[in-house]
Every structure is written in C-alpha cells, then in structure tokens.
Design a binder for this molecule. Sequence first.
Ligand code: SAM
Ligand code: DTB
Ligand code: SF4
Length: 366
Amino acid sequence: MSIKHNWTRQEILKIYNKPMMELLYQAATVHRENHDPNVVQVSTLLSIKTGGCPEDCGYCPQAARYHTNIKGNDLMSVTQVKAQALQAKSSGSSRVCMGASWRNVKDGSEFESVLEMVRTINKLDMEVCCTLGMLTENQAQRLAEAGLYAYNHNLDTSEEYYKEVISTRGYEDRIKTIKNVRKTNITVCSGGIIGMGEKLEDRAGMLVSLSTFNPHPESVPINALVPVEGTPLEEQQLVEIWEMIRMVATTRIIMPKAQVRLSAGRTQMSPEGQAMCFFAGANSIFAGNKLLTTPNPNINDDMRLFDKLGLTPSKPFINIMKKPVTVEAVDSKFNSLGEKPKWTRPKHTIERNENTREKAKQTKLK
Ligand code: SAM
Ligand code: DTB
Ligand code: SF4
C-alpha cells in the first residue's frame, strides 16, 4: 500500500473501531510488510533538567505550579550524561533521549552544554534524541550539526482537546517546531498521550495531524497517561490495555514506515498486554527503571519478555538515517543568533488546571 498523507478522522475512526481480530490482522500485516516484526528498538530516557517548568501541561509532574513530589535539579553535566549513556549502551539500548523541563530552547550556555552532550553521545555510536520544548530553525540546525539523530516534540492530543489540557503554549507552535526540525537532517519523533479524558475523535484528530505531515514522523510515541498525584489529571482512570492496542494498531496502519513506540504507562500493562501491542505493530520501547520522573519496568524484566517473545533489540542507525557526522563547535557553520522568539501564550482559563494550582498554593503555604 502506498503511503497516504490525507487520512480523515472518519477513515481513522473506522480503522480504530474495527472488530479487534480484524484490526490486529491488518496491523500485523502492515507491520510485516514494512519492518522485521522480531526487532524492537530500545531507547533510554535521561532527564537532563528536571522540574521547575513554567508551563501548565495538565498531565505533567514537572510543572512548577502544581504540587508533586518531584525533586528538581539543574542541568546535568556532560560528564554525568556520558556516564549514563555508556550504562544505557551496555544494557542494550541504541538510543538516548535527553529531556529537559523547558518551555523552549534558549540560546546561551545551557544550550551550548546540550550541544556538547549531543556530540559526546553521537561519538559513542548511539542515536541521540532530544526533547527540549519549542525550537527555532537555527537551533535545530545547530543540533543537527552536533549529530542529533531525532527530536521529540509531541502533539499530545487533537488541536481541540489540547486547549483543555494546556493554556500556556499553542498547538500551532508545536507544529512550527516540528517543521523547523524538518528543515534539517534530524528525524522527527512526535506522538501523544491517551487517557487524558479525550474522546475517540480526539485520538483520531491527533493521528490526522501527525499523518498529514509529509513525510510522516519517523517515530511516533504512544503514551498512556501516567496519572501523577498533584497534577490536574491525577484522578484519570488508567487506560485499558484494549485502547492502547487499538491506538498502536491504528497508528501502525496509517503510518506504516514509522517506528511506533510503546511509551509511558508500561508499568500499568501486563507482559501479555505488551506482547499484543508488539503484535499490533509497536516496534520500540523506552527502557530503564525510570521514564523522566515516573517508574518504568525493570530492564531485566523487559529483556526476559524479549527472550520469551523471541524479540531482539535493534542496532543503532539501521533505520532511515545513517549515523550523523558531528561537526565540532569550532568548525560550526551556524552561530548562536541570540534569538528571542515570540512563541504564543494562549492564556485561556482551564478550570481544572487553575483549581489544582490553587490547591498547590494552599499546600505550599502550610
Ligand atoms: N518540556 C518538553 C516538552 O514539553 O516538549 C519536553 C519534555 S515533556 C515531559 C515530553 C512529553 O512527555 C510530553 O509532551 C508528554 O507527551 C509526555 N508526558 C509528560 N508527562 C506525562 C505523563 N504523566 N504521562 C504520559 N506522558 C507524559
Ligand atoms: C514521550 O513521548 N514520552 C517520554 C518522552 N517522549 C520524552 C516521556 C514520558 C514522561 C512520562 C512522565 C514522567 O516520567 O515524567
Ligand atoms: Fe514543562 Fe514539558 Fe512538562 Fe509541559 S510537558 S510542564 S513543557 S516539562
């Protein structure tokens, strides 16, 4: 089947709502036509800057305005990052994804350190991914020169439901950031979260936004909400495994070449449930005891599951893109522009977020 970039919500919902056995058969067929079904890519997350974020994302334990039990820290050093990357490599991981609790990247010494982290990990022959918030074209070019393999920036949900979860940043800016990444050789990693109280139409809406990008994102993380105490979404019901399977299968069918990543929420899933997600077309996971701030299955349990299912972790750089060449800082063609981009702040009121913020203020006063 040729790659399609004009999927509609109706078409996507029709796939999502198929009888389960039909859906699984179609997704597994598309998966085999486009990938080795016995190979799963393994990424390790590393929170290089944790907590204290100014944004109001209703799902996120790192938003400073809510009261969660996150121990924040300053930006990690390049040496610390190198040590963690080596550890990830020895446990079978082919990619390190560095996350920062930032609204957007700011030019300056911290960004220079991140560029050095990218150079360092690329030289270890691992794929390097970053998720640092909104990004200008110049910043994307500088990351590409340093040897970045992928940039993660999630749409999270549909444009309509996004407004009910986040008020401090706009959907358009997220799309703009992805387009800025596309102007470089960096691959795009973009997906979202299910289980935030959205309708099936919103899940389909998010998949419309992702699948109308041409080319499609090279990787699509599907997260199940991890409801964290103190966040506005703390009381959300856990996503049923069937919903995760349907979402993974639908993503696989409409974006056949993408790496579909079974992301947050795996501690809530049984080994059998995860196996069904792999059958439905998931071919990547986040491994390691921690995601950014919340628990993740133990790597030994993951490797035992791989053994039982006959799955092997993939080697780095076997997908679309070859290993990027790192340009050293002194040879860089792109200077820091000291930009101060005006990313939007919609600032509408989300009652759930406001109430949680108020509750947090009271708790902090006590
Ligand atoms: N600050 C940057 C940003 O927002 O783009 C990067 C880090 S942010 C934590 C990366 C992604 O993690 C979010 O876009 C969201 O999809 C996911 N995420 C955050 N908290 C989550 C949670 N509680 N459950 C599931 N996914 C979550
Ligand atoms: C993605 O889609 N999921 C990861 C990664 N990209 C950065 C993050 C999940 C975070 C889950 C909540 C936490 O651990 O803080
Ligand atoms: Fe900040 Fe990113 Fe969390 Fe939003 S998702 S609060 S931007 S760390």
